[in-house]
Design a protein around this ligand. Sequence first.
Ligand code: IMP
Ligand code: MG
Length: 178
Amino acid sequence: MRDDLREILFSEEQIEKRIKELGAEITRDYKGKQLMLIGVLKGCFVFLADIARHIELDCEIRFLTASSYGFASVSSGKVNVDKNIEFDVDGKDVLIIEDILDSGITLTALHAIVAKNKPASLKTCTLLDKPERRQVPFTTDYTGFVCPNEFVVGYGLDYGERYRNLPYVAVLKPEIYS
Ligand code: IMP
Ligand code: MG
């Protein structure tokens, strides 16, 4: 483990196993449907790439962008999200794929924007959920792991755009971000 990390919370093997389970569940739940996955950039890029390959359905993959953190380890409470969706979700079964549910602000905003475009159904899937940090009530339909109230990096999650390429989810040493 790199010396700027305090501990590995979810190993590569644990993540791989859990993603296979989630992929199988989603495959069962959407059987016979026209699934659209919407990844929330940038944090979703690793999770989406892996889970998509375990969803055995004909699906359309799109992306939206959201950002709130910048160089901080706590949410600014303001999110910048794509307000105009440049593709058609009308009548489609949409599943939003995000790295982590934290305060709930980002997914609440994105959910509302997609819902306004009248999908046939709308669900959310995150790799991680930090329930202790919720500021607005939000629950996901598919969750990889419940995560303790720690700032985590890796497997797509960043601090200042770094660490996204770690194959596991780890806790950063507090001295790195304080
Ligand atoms: P929310 O709007 O507070 O739910 O935050 C969601 C976004 O904050 C995620 O898409 C992440 O980009 C970022 N985020 C939340 N917690 C962490 C963390 O522990 N590490 C890295 N990014 C995080
Ligand atoms: Mg993100």
